[in-house]
Design a protein around this ligand. Structure first.
Ligand code: FAD
Length: 416
């Protein structure tokens, strides 16, 4: 008999989940565990969109597993301590989980001494083994990477879904009680109030996205600041693994085959390749991406505490930037364009350390994804691989291009 634990980390789904598939294959019985760590302050009842999304997703996963006769143990604490205490009381063979290679998550996994951990990479669109180069030799520019992977047709294989083995109780382990929130989603992601936050909700959302012709105009609209439809909003589902990039790619290809393919539909893939690029950069540069100087040898900003307070209080001297901060804090989302403008302002005008800026986004973004967040921040700051070195945006020019009618600035400064 092989009793294994499946540890859900950022992949809160049962389908197309490669580590789960391996766990199912190797187990006669399974216990499902989610560990509440720094990513979620369950006891913090303050309304926070990021927490609300994750808590909804966990509640729903608990329900879905319970319908299959299983329990999801949501436990608070340090993984190493929790797992060794479980291992003392039960004959656990192994822990299976998604491999996450950012420093904190890597250390979290390495700290587990018992039982043995089998962690498997699963969060990219492209399988690292299918790349024509070793991922540790990733090209240093996105364009070279993209051209290499596009030199042959991109195909993906979805993991098969197998029935779950028997459940195994973890005696003496108490699951935390998860709070329930009202529907609080606002702004560009207010559509979330109409979806169940779970893998079925993610599937329905992606189906709805491709049910009309938004994808055909994606490239023209993706830089807008406000609304449900200017970009795909796949990120909120992807960040929590409610859907995989492979599943999205499959829907995109179906749409192209059954409707039309154009530059815009291709551009959705183009952006998903950026997502992979920032993941693969972590294989190559690992912790260096988190060093103050990143990969470069140049000065970093000496952050003034007053400016950090000004940032949190949306008191920056620019009404347009204040609107961006308020949107982030009050909705948990920002368009890609506004993320770029705000990040540039924080780094180059407020002279705040880029890593403090990255933490600020981490605190609020519903779609927070360690690889994409760190990758974009280091890119804008100019401490990454990009040979052009940093991206400083002219706020006035951006405002005149993307908010000429003042709608965005007014909305977020007046409705928070
Ligand atoms: P779309 O424009 O519809 O793009 C489709 C998908 O492609 C996205 O869901 C996302 O998975 C991927 N994608 C698009 N742009 C990028 C990009 N620049 N880098 C990586 N992947 C991309 N994205 C996150 O998912 N989590 C983050 O924590 C995050 N932090 C960011 C921080 C900064 C400073 C910047 C400039 C960008 C950040 N992004 C992050 C990338 C991007 O802004 C979001 O992925 C995008 O705005 C999400 O909206 P969407 O799903 O509608 O994107």
């Amino acid at each position: 008999m092989s009793h294994n634990i499946f540890w859900f980390r950022n992949n809160l789904r049962l389908n197309d989940n490669y580590p789960l598939l391996q766990c199912i294959k190797d187990s006669t019985c399974i216990s499902f565990v989610y560990i509440v760590n720094r990513n979620l302050k369950i006891l913090d009842v303050e309304e926070n969109h990021k927490n609300k999304f994750l808590i909804d997703a966990l509640n729903q996963l608990q329900t879905n597993l319970s319908n299959l006769g299983h329990e999801l143990y949501v436990i608070q604490g340090e993984p190493s301590v929790l797992f060794s205490s479980i291992a003392k009381q039960h004959q656990i063979n192994k822990i299976y989980c998604e491999k996450i290679i950012s420093p904190y998550e890597k250390d979290e996994e390495l700290s587990i001494t018992q039982p043995d951990v089998v962690s498997l990479w699963d969060s990219s669109l492209l399988n690292t083994e299918d790349l024509e180069f070793d991922v540790s030799n990733l090209p240093d520019t996105f364009t070279t990477f993209r051209k290499k992977v596009e030199s042959k047709p991109i195909t993906v294989t979805l993991s098969e879904s197998l029935p779950l083995p028997k459940p195994a109780d973890l005696l003496n382990i108490k699951s935390c009680k998860l709070p329930k929130y009202e529907n609080i989603f606002r702004g560009s992601v207010d559509f979330l109030n109409h979806y169940t936050i779970c893998e079925n909700g993610a599937q329905s959302f992606v189906k709805d996205y491709f049910s009309d012709n938004k994808a055909l105009e994606y490239k023209q609209t993706r830089n807008e600041l406000m609304g449900n439809d200017f970009s795909t909003k796949f990120s909120v589902w992807l960040a929590h693994g409610l859907i995989s990039a492979r599943q999205i790619f499959t829907s995109l290809k179906n749409y192209e085959e059954n409707n039309r393919a154009n530059e815009s539909t291709y551009w959705i893939l183009f952006e998903l390749l950026w997502r992979d690029y920032f993941r693969f950069l972590h294989f190559k540069y690992d912790r260096k991406l988190y060093f103050p100087f990143g990969l470069k040898n140049k000065e970093i900003n000496e952050t003034s505490q007053v400016n950090i307070i000004n940032l949190e209080e949306a008191n920056t001297g620019s009404s347009f930037i204040n609107a961006g901060i308020r949107e982030l804090q009050n909705s948990g989302f920002l368009s890609n364009r506004m993320r770029q403008i705000l990040a540039s302002f924080i780094i180059f005008e407020m002279k705040i350390d880029w890593r403090v800026g990255a933490d600020f986004f981490q605190k609020y973004l519903i779609d927070f994804d360690i690889y994409s967040n760190q990758g974009n921040w280091i890119y804008i700051a100019g401490y990454g691989t990009d040979p052009r070195g940093g991206r400083r945006f002219n706020v006035e020019k951006q405002k005149n291009t993307y908010d000429i009618d003042n709608q965005y600035e007014m909305y977020w400064n007046e409705n928070t």
